[in-house]
Design a protein around this ligand. Structure first.
Ligand code: DAH
Length: 379
């Protein structure tokens, strides 16, 4: 370390008044400062130490600068020699500082390079890029398909009232059909609040705020209090469809679902309607597509039946229309509800519904390359 303090005290204890006019004393002090500074410079091991020495000796308030200020008090005859000598030493010290600076800088850089070494021959780390979940890819595709048929995509709420989930769909609380949907209750005292068991509650919500014509699809999560197995999940996705207008018939429903089957599974697909019961439609049907994988001959995916079940559908029950204030003599409509996981399973031959929420990246990454709408055919 370089001593600090009053620079005058460093020049052999000489205070300026005593030294006045003694060039030899002045030069001795200069030499002493030079020798000491050189010793310190040689000992400095970091550029920070070096900077400090430079500041203390050569800086504006440094010891050499202080000494030079005394030049003026020397005899005029002695000044030139003292001046020359001062300059020589100043330059010598400045050059030494620069030289040391360069040396220490280089060794500090060497040390840093050694400690931060990287092996440029190692393979890089590939960032993990997420993929759109296959169920959401399918939702996008379905919205596109239905948009071309004039349907708007809307979203409902997952926490729903019993009123919309059941009552408005012609399923009063004492109706045995209510037991068909194993329901998660969020609240049962007072107003009944449930996790929606299907996307159908959006039928009444949409109709209440729209005058016909109505054409919507509603994709979203639904919940059932059910044991899980390869074809049942407690949480899954549905796509609800609803069209209400004057003169809507079952033929319109068939046409729309036939077109959906063609867009999803190819131009040769056939559809099948069989009678079924749902309290909010009359007549009600279940709807299936002939298996695209075996062309209806029977295979593992269609469980050797030749048909893939897609969901329920039917003509909107007049009680449902009347419950939202529609004139059921003037307006008629159709509705359908499809399982979205099922459609992905059929498209790609996935045989366990639990794969979708299982979070296994090996499963999900397989959908990385599939562009939305890849399975579509030209209309
Ligand atoms: N919501 C029914 C379910 O989850 C499916 C369904 C059947 C929806 C017939 C409909 C329909 O819109 O018309 O079981």
């Amino acid at each position: 370390m370089v001593p600090r303090g009053n620079p005058a005290s460093l020049i052999g204890g000489c205070v300026s008044s005593e030294c006045e006019g003694h060039v030899s004393t002045f030069i001795e002090q200069l030499e002493e400062l030079r020798a000491r500074t050189i010793a310190e410079l040689n000992l400095a091991s970091t550029t920070t130490e070096l900077d400090e020495i430079e500041r203390n000796v050569l800086g504006g308030k440094g010891q050499l600068t202080a000494l030079l200020r005394q030049l003026g008090s020397l005899d005029a005859s002695e000044r030139p020699e003292a001046g020359r000598e001062s300059n020589r030493i100043k330059q010598e010290l400045a050059a030494l500082v620069a030289e040391q600076q360069e040396r220490l800088h280089a060794s500090e850089l060497d040390a840093r390079i050694a400690s931060e070494q990287i092996d440029v021959t190692l393979p890089g780390r590939t960032p993990q890029i997420g993929v759109v979940h296959p169920v959401f890819q399918m939702i996008e595709e379905l919205s596109d398909i239905f948009a071309l048929m004039g349907f708007q995509t809307v979203f409902g709420r997952e926490v729903e009232s019993g009123y919309y989930n059941f009552d408005q769909l012609n399923i009063p609380s004492d109706h045995p059909a209510r037991d068909v949907w194993d329901t998660f209750l969020v609240e049962s005292d007072g107003a009944e609040i449930v996790l929606r068991t299907h996307t159908s509650p959006m039928q009444a919500r949409v109709m209440e705020r729209t005058t016909p014509p109505v054409r919507v699809v509603v994709p979203g999560r639904t919940y059932r209090y059910e044991a899980q197995d390869a074809s049942h999940e407690w949480m899954f996705h549905q796509l609800e469809g609803l069209a209400v207008d004057e003169h809507i018939t079952l033929a319109d429903l068939k046409g729309v679902l036939q077109e959906l089957a063609r867009q999803l599974f190819g131009p040769r697909r056939k559809i099948r309607f069989r009678c079924d019961f749902f309290p909010f439609v009359e007549p009600g049907v279940d709807f299936a597509v002939d298996c695209a994988i075996c062309d209806g001959a029977g295979c593992r995916v269609c469980k050797h039946s030749g048909w893939l079940e897609m969901g329920g559908a039917g003509m909107v029950h007049r009680k449902v229309l009347e419950a939202v204030g529609y004139d059921a003599d003037k307006y008629s409509g159709f509705a359908f509800g499809l399982g979205i996981e099922r459609m992905v399973m059929m498209r790609y031959g996935v045989d366990d519904v639990r794969a979708f929420a299982g979070n296994d990246l090996r499963f999900l990454q397989q959908f990385a390359a599939r562009a939305v709408g890849a399975g579509r055919v030209a209309a």
